[in-house]
Design a binder for this molecule. Structure first.
Ligand SMILES: NC(=O)c1ccc[n+]([C@@H]2O[C@H](COP(=O)([O-])OP(=O)(O)OC[C@H]3O[C@@H](n4cnc5c(N)ncnc54)[C@H](OP(=O)(O)O)[C@@H]3O)[C@@H](O)[C@H]2O)c1
Length: 321
């Protein structure tokens, strides 16, 4: 019979790069062994090698969390290799940026598959094991799951579903000793514009998204965000909203939703417009010099948090060099 390890064990979905990688690194620093997941084996390998230098035992499981049997494999790996599971971080995500007029039903399905069903499948697989040790779940949602960010409709819809699932589960899982923390980040500098998918006027969409992502007043350092999310999760807090802008937006939307909807419709007027469905969501290409200067923080985050290594994620147009 397998001897149970004493060290706590965490499964992190979407851990090959960006926030998921930083959450895995933070949990390793807090004494956890890790089961890392993403679809790209190559991306996972880079993350695994980095994390092993921090003293954690790491199992990497290339899998698509939107497929129930693949999500189950993450939990089975934790139990088979480490004998236990204490923390599930449901972080895997994708983002399609562009006007609603350029989005097709398949874009909504993709967003729901990863960010709603991926969270549901990995959670349902984990719950029976998490109940044994009074485990913790961190659902990484978004401010886009609390109010509608323009030009992100499939993302917004899927994140609203994820918030509903995580909040509802929080209420019911408590009696089994499992705590659910609903993580609600605003913009963080994870370097994700590199791997985001753009449609409509792709270059213009990429520009506003990457600039917003890089502005210190609007976006948050991703390492700091990961630390705060881990603290909240290990303490069993019900919810954590990150960035002052996101906190303000969520509070105002709760009190005066008609006002925020009007304001956001105004913001939408400032974004690129397109009449017809554009190209299918894909990565963008070139950018002017002023843009590179404005997005220095985001590009540096992309390099540090392994956004450049995940070549198999670069479907669509080639990413910027
Ligand atoms: N960055 C922000 O400003 C921000 C703000 C609010 C919320 N968030 C949320 O935070 C989370 C992480 O964001 P990020 O910026 O770090 O994104 P990111 O850099 O694009 O990383 C996404 C991760 O998810 C994995 N993934 C995507 N689809 C998957 C699937 N079907 N199964 C398993 N893994 C999958 C990706 O690897 P593969 O492609 O190899 O699968 C990658 O490891 C997401 O849920 C995002 O919505 C981000």
């Amino acid at each position: 019979m397998r001897t149970e390890y004493r060290r706590p064990v965490a499964v992190i979905t979407g851990a090959s790069r960006g926030l998921g990688f930083l959450l895995a690194r933070g949990l390793a620093e807090r004494g956890h062994d890790l089961v890392l997941n993403a679809r790209s084996a190559e991306g996972l390998d880079v993350a695994r090698r980095d994390l092993e230098t921090r003293g954690a035992r790491v199992e990497a499981v290339p899998a698509d969390v939107s497929v129930p049997a693949e999500a189950q494999r993450l939990v089975d790996t934790a139990v088979e290799h480490f004998g236990r599971l204490d923390v599930l971080v449901g972080n895997a995500g994708t983002i399609q940026v562009g006007p609603a007029a350029a989005m097709l039903a398949e874009d909504y399905a993709t967003a729901m598959d990863v960010m709603y069903w991926g969270l549901v499948h990995s959670t349902l697989a984990s719950l029976p094991v998490l109940r044994r040790h009074g485990g913790r779940i961190l659902a990484v949602t978004s401010v886009g799951g609390k109010l509608p960010a323009p030009h992100l409709l499939p993302y917004t819809a899927a994140k609203h579903a994820a918030v509903g699932f995580a909040e509802g589960l929080r209420v019911e899982a408590a009696r089994d000793g499992v705590s659910v923390t609903v993580g609600v980040p605003g913009l963080m500098r994870t370097g994700s514009p590199r791997n985001a998918l753009f449609t409509g006027d792709r270059a213009a969409e990429y520009r506003w998204f990457a600039v917003a992502d890089s502005l210190p007043l609007l976006s948050m350092d991703a390492e700091r965000a990961a630390r705060k999310l881990i603290d909240a999760t290990l303490r069993g807090r019900p919810e954590i909203i990150l960035t002052p802008a996101a906190k303000l937006g969520v509070r105002v939307h709760g009190l005066a939703p008609a006002t925020t909807l009007r304001v956001l419709a105004g913001v939408n007027q400032l974004l690129p417009s397109t009449v017809d469905p554009g190209p299918r969501p894909g990565h963008t290409t070139s950018s002017p010099r002023w843009f590179d200067m404005l997005t220095g923080l985001t590009r540096s985050a992309a390099q540090r948090w392994h956004q450049h290594d995940d070549k198999t994620a670069h479907h669509g147009e080639p990413a910027r060099p």
